[in-house]
Ligand binder design. Structure first.
Ligand SMILES: [Fe+2]
Ligand SMILES: [Fe+2]
Length: 374
């Protein structure tokens, strides 16, 4: 399985206090065409050489005068390389106890002095072959894992792109900007990270949040685009965008669609139970819905809509804080405040391409609370 040339090119470190032994082993190995053999009589130097990395096999004399060989093996292991090279212990002793100690201490094999050339070469060859095969397998597995991760990410991206287009479809009818859905995704992602959700779950929210208003596809234009306050009947129709959205997205087999469905259904629930469609309260509102509620309201407030002017960023921020514990989960409002700098930078980075009209108090007085119909 491992190429013979590769075995001959492996790096071998020989540690023995007797120069004659070092010369003998180096001679045997070089005669067998091993090209990277380093010898040392000094255990401290051996540690440095080992620490520099790349050693594939260690031949270690069991009776070093300066440092106990078992101790040295422990120090090798403490360096904790991903691929610990095997240790082949060299000993002149017939002492069974000492040999067992070496094997239990981590040595893979033992060579007795005086050396038998064929035996030295066979053991060296076997240990190197095993070590290099292990390394190869590990790197193959790593490559495979990277490839699988890469494919999974690409798949998620593809799913995300498709579902994001759905989000645009709804947004396209509702406002003149598609950036709102992107920003809501980004803010939601940020909040999810801030409260400690995993990368994976936060990424689901990033891609699922833009679909929060997908149900607006099912709202008639005369309600959706009405440039004034809605009457009671129209308002009831408008609220159904949550359940319509959930119907569009329900039954999905992947987590992304499941999250999107939850968000579509629950992004208008309020912490104090006064939201819709189910008047859920507090933590009964799914977390993904609570997260998107903050992101969506904040962004929508800063947007111009046919029925409301755009709020300044500071006013929108203040509003989010005022509504902590009423509309919003207080923990998420705290996360919102803690990540304010990043929120502001997302706002700049994904600013609307079209200019938006600005906050106008007189108009605001005329149309009433600007958070209505977000
Ligand atoms: Fe909505
Ligand atoms: Fe929205």
């Amino acid at each position: 399985m491992i190429d013979e040339q590769e075995i001959r090119r492996a790096s071998i470190l020989v540690i023995d206090d007797a120069p004659a032994n070092l010369a003998l082993i180096a001679g045997i190995l070089s005669a067998a065409n091993y090209t990277k053999v380093t010898v040392t009589a000094d255990p401290v130097e051996a540690l440095d050489l080992f620490d520099a990395g790349g050693v594939d096999l260690i031949l270690l004399d069991l009776n070093l005068p300066e440092m106990n060989s078992l101790e040295l093996m422990e120090k090798f292991r403490a360096l904790d390389f991903e691929f610990q090279p095997p240790v082949l212990v060299l000993t002149g002793q017939c002492d069974r106890h000492r040999r067992l100690q070496a094997l239990r201490g981590g040595a893979q094999d033992i060579l007795s002095k005086p050396f038998d050339t064929d035996e030295v070469l066979s053991r060296v060859h076997n240990l190197l072959e095993m070590h290099l095969a292990h390394k190869l397998l590990k790197s193959y597995n790593t490559q495979l894992e990277v490839a699988v991760r890469d494919r999974t990410r690409k798949l998620l991206r593809t799913q995300a792109e498709i579902v994001q287009r759905l989000g645009y479809a709804a947004e396209f009818r509702d406002t003149e900007t598609g950036e709102h859905t992107i920003r809501v995704g980004r803010y939601s992602h940020l909040l999810a990270r801030q409260i400690g959700l995993s990368n994976e779950e936060s990424e689901q929210i990033l891609y699922a949040a833009p679909m929060h208003d997908i149900g607006k596809i099912g709202i008639p234009d005369d309600v959706l685009l009405k440039p004034a306050r809605l009457n009671g009947e129209e308002w009831a129709v408008m609220k159904t965008h949550t359940t319509i959205g959930a119907r569009i997205l329900e039954g999905g087999s992947n987590q992304l669609l499941k999250s999107a469905c939850t968000i579509a259904l629950t992004h208008h629930e309020k912490w104090d139970g006064s939201g819709y469609p189910s008047a859920l309260k507090g933590e009964n509102i799914p977390l993904h819905g609570r997260i998107v509620a903050v992101a969506d309201v904040f962004d929508a407030l800063t947007l111009y809509r046919p029925y409301k002017p755009a709020w300044s960023t500071e006013d929108a921020r203040r509003y989010i804080n005022q509504m902590a514990g009423a509309h919003f989960d207080p923990v998420l409002v705290e996360a919102f405040n803690d990540s304010w700098d990043q929120i502001a930078s997302i706002q700049r980075q994904y600013a609307d391409k079209k200019p938006i009209s600005h906050y106008n108090e007189a108009w605001l007085d005329k149309i009433g609370p600007a958070e209505a119909r977000l």
